[in-house]
Design a protein around this ligand. Sequence first.
Ligand SMILES: Nc1ncnc2c1ncn2[C@@H]1O[C@H](COP(=O)(O)OP(=O)(O)OP(=O)(O)O)[C@@H](O)[C@H]1O
Length: 253
Amino acid sequence: MKKETACLQVQGLEKHFGVGDQRQQVLQDISLEVHQGEILALLGASGCGKTTLLNILAGFVSPDAGSVYVQGRLSTVPGPHKAVVFQEDALFPWLSVMENVEFGLKFQGRTRKEQRDTALKMLGLVGLEDKQAMLPAQLSGGMRQRVALARVLALSPMLMLMDEPFAALDALTREEMHGLLLSLHAEFSQTIIFVTHDVIEAVTLADRVLVMGGRKVLSTVDISALRPRKPDTDQFMEDLRILRAALKQAYTG
Ligand SMILES: Nc1ncnc2c1ncn2[C@@H]1O[C@H](COP(=O)(O)OP(=O)(O)OP(=O)(O)O)[C@@H](O)[C@H]1O
């Protein structure tokens, strides 16, 4: 079997917030390894530190102790190799769809033609070529999240960090976005780490789920259902059952 390369290695992360009596430990001794092309879900009760962990991986928040390595190199600040997709799309409202996708490419020093060609290709992949001249406010929530995906993918990041990326969408649009994300992943094989509260979303998308609770990673569940995954198959139901049991354990301690 081919040895998988680690895209991300995390060693001994610790994080506190607040001072004095208000000081609170949010993450304790978090270590993990994510392989190139792997899709990893972070699941756990509200307030257990998922977003804080994602923000540390992104370089938005500094840990009190521990290290993050991306492809073997210490990674402490944000950069184009690790892109972030938020729950709310965070597009620039005054720029057109096309300009939003081109935006990051300018800072990569790409020529005008390269910016336009790459943005057009990405908008085509997310099915929004015909909306390129529109402003974000003229799009639905699902469309805006597609633009956000196109904008991130245009930068060819090796690591995509997503904080409840589809939570604000209705159930049908969320399902469509799952299909879109998986087809983009089949094309680009990025490493993806996403936060979710939705066990079905975790089983649909992830290769592996980290169940967090009490500041720590409490358990890891490998999702074994074959892709493309169908919710009505025995293996999907079994993965769901195992994950729900691990989550229940995390809630009840
Ligand atoms: N900047 C901050 N300053 C102080 N406390 C913070 C800060 N960010 C997060 N916290 C606290 O850290 C804890 C973990 O928050 P975090 O947002 O990481 O949890 P979460 O698991 O992502 O929660 P949710 O599922 O509700 O989004 C919470 O108690 C939160 O109040």
